[in-house]
Design a binder for this molecule. Sequence first.
Ligand code: PHE
Ligand code: ZN
Length: 916
Amino acid sequence: MMHLRDGQATATVIHREAYTAPAFWIDTVDLSFDLDPAKTRVLNRMRLRRNPDVPAQALRLDGDELNLARVLVNGQGTSFKMDASQLVLENLPEGDAPFDLEIFTTCAPAKNTKLMGLFVSNDTFFTQCEAEGFRRITYFLDRPDVMSSYSVTLRADKKAYPVLLSNGNLLAQGPLEDGRHFAQWVDPHKKPCYLFALVAGQLVCREQRVTARSGKEHLLQVYVRSGDLDKTEHAMNSLRASIAWDEARFGLSLDLERFMIVATSDFNMGAMENKGLNIFNTKFVLANSATATDTDYANIESVVGHEYFHNWTGNRITCRDWFQLSLKEGLTVFRDQEFSQDLASQALAGDEAAAKSARAVKRIEDVRLLRTVQFAEDAGPMAHPVRPDSYVEINNFYTVTIYEKGSEVVRMMQTLVAPALTASGTVGGLAHTGQEGFAKGMALYFERHDGQAVTCDDFAQAIADANPGTALALYLPQFKRWYAQAGTPRVHAVGSYDATTQRYTLTLSQSCAASPGQEHKDPFVIPVQMGLLDHTGREVLASQLLVLTEATQSFEFHDLSVPDGQAPVPSLLRDFSAPVVLEMDFSPAQLLTLLAHDSDPFNQWEAAQRLYMQAALSAVRAEGEPNQVLDAALLDALRTVLRHPNMDAAFKELVLTLPAETYIAEQLDVVDPQRIHTVREAMRAQLAQALHDDWAWAFESHRENGSYQPDPVSSGRRALSGLALHMVCLHARNTADTHWPERALKCFDNAHNMTDRFNALSALVTSGNALATPALQRFYSLFSREALVMDKWFALQASAPDRGGNVLPVVRQLMQHPDFTLKNPNRARSLIFSFCNANPGAFHRSDAAGYVFWSERVLELDAFNPQVAARLARALDRWSKLAEPYRSAAHVALTRIAAKSDLSRDVREVITRALS
Ligand code: PHE
Ligand code: ZN
């Protein structure tokens, strides 16, 4: 509903505090569909009853873009009215007795460009109902706390739609007149309507029967278009691994006879956990060694895991309302992160150091995403708590804060049920480790809430109650500020050592900047995993957990004997134990010690990041051409890492990768994107030059020749040889050397897998070598029929380093390419988002042309797919931090969008917040 104020449309704000229970329950739903792209008929027969806990009132059913044909109550016609898009029934039977409500509507799937509700993609019907898409299929109480039993009958032309799927078990199927056929599905589990799904079309499937630990048999199926069957093995393997992992780690088994995954190439998001019938973006299903990179394989594993884990965390226990979204998303991201870590380290079982390193690699990747994207969100106009207080459009709140920060909050709960040092001394608990205590908490959560729609409070309470006496239980109300307060806390650390008493004092202070609607922040509960090293790198205080609960708090450590009385080096926030910014005045020498010797690989990596960042920031602030930004000691240390005989390649690749431009930008109050780009490019050139022989060695010695396996060791080797190839090609550019570009072209031509092939292509493109042009052409002709590979082709060109403003014209030209369409979200993301979000050096142009391009695309997208448009609209979230002339130009572009009177609610909310 839109209200008018000052001639501007302002949308209705939904508040968490305004939650009331539903006035009616819908116990059963019997849906039948006559599927037709132009006009699908939906008969919805429900059994309802009044909720006795709520005062009697009218029934208000949600609907969106539906054509209503008939409403019957207990088989009789009835009076009804429309209130905006809601169907209102006032004269329903009184009393508690159940009654039948039958609603007949039609909709037009072929015209559904929003990809919410029932839509058509490649002649196949799909649905997407989360968060509020079910109302585009039929009138309903479209809210997650209304859970019903579903029975679904699908009818369609048999030739055009041979496969008919919905949630649950297939009860019956057979032919009908006129070449049509039907299938009837019954879901044995109650569910909220956002988990409803149907699929109908020409699909093939890979299937496998598995026996669970309980001895129960299950049928697993992965459905794809007919040409894609050879790309389903990895998804199936990932699904089996997910099932085994959830049984082993949490005792949670598959509760369905049949579990289906279906891939579609038109999807707004990554994937969707519909009960028993997950619908996936093809990007997170399809892979073979010729078309998918190691990163694709890893993403498929984690997204398949994520959706599968939702079967318990999200589906069996769901959210009371959408403010609780992180209840399922934060928890499920945490679970998928743990799954990927466990899988990576299991692959290396037997080699403890390698297994630890593989876990750290995954952790570093997750933290990198959190810090570059979520920290920026949390410092900008869209900042919101993990459990928001209000929203205009719920689709705008599927954010990195809900997902990734939400996951960190769950991770901290796991950490805080282990023994810890707090303001009131050491606290323990019955469990020995956080993992053990957390698993107990999960068991209690399911014991209490299975089958319910609950809140984040219920979850935290269950974890705490299962772990009495732990820091989490002691500080629970304060801990829950992580759900309520937005913004990234900063922890300031000061250490002092008294050589005579052999005492080390660590003083930690915390603060958190204001965020929209939240001026003042109260102290958080912050777990700080730490240890101390002497200056030679020997650990003098073993890893332990401190719990910071006050604004300022000191911790003392006794009997620390260190050589020469030199102050110990603190290793703080090990494994990134809390989603905070740690501020400490480390000397370069201390950081070099941590990089070389810390027993915590995360902090080794972090030490290098701090050294890079110190160098980058002083170069950004200095005048003139950046030159020799990295000092000799750091370059030596980096060479040592690169050449290290025992460190694994994946870890080396992370240590040798510079912080992203956007992450550097977040450290500055005023951002000149061009300056940052110039400095970072100078650092890369220096790294390429100073370590040239080492890169050449790394390239030669990490090439994989065996058959392709996406395991952590060989993918790590490919990642490092790929980085090395980039570096030698970059150096070749600066020295007019032709050897390495020719080598890269040969690697490109002869590659045995997409990872190596794409790395070689990318090395040529990012180094701006002339050989990039024929290589891009050849890549196109090899893969023009593989949509996901074409996405890479578009994305690579849109994210190439800008040289004199050359990228925007290329992007505009690629928009005219016959294979480009804005209508397909993956393709739009590959070209437009790559340019606007992932290429700051090209996007932030002093002539404002990047921003003009952005605003045009936001408006163009908004006309048919508001969800995707709103995501793109966020590219200028941080405009107010930009230096001139960027700041004013960005403001003009934002204002231009805001001036459009018929913006979607989605884009309107994002732009309004950005300008507020
Ligand atoms: N619930 C999905 C997930 O996280 C994400 C999603 C949200 C997909 C909304 C589609 C629409 O797994
Ligand atoms: Zn999810």
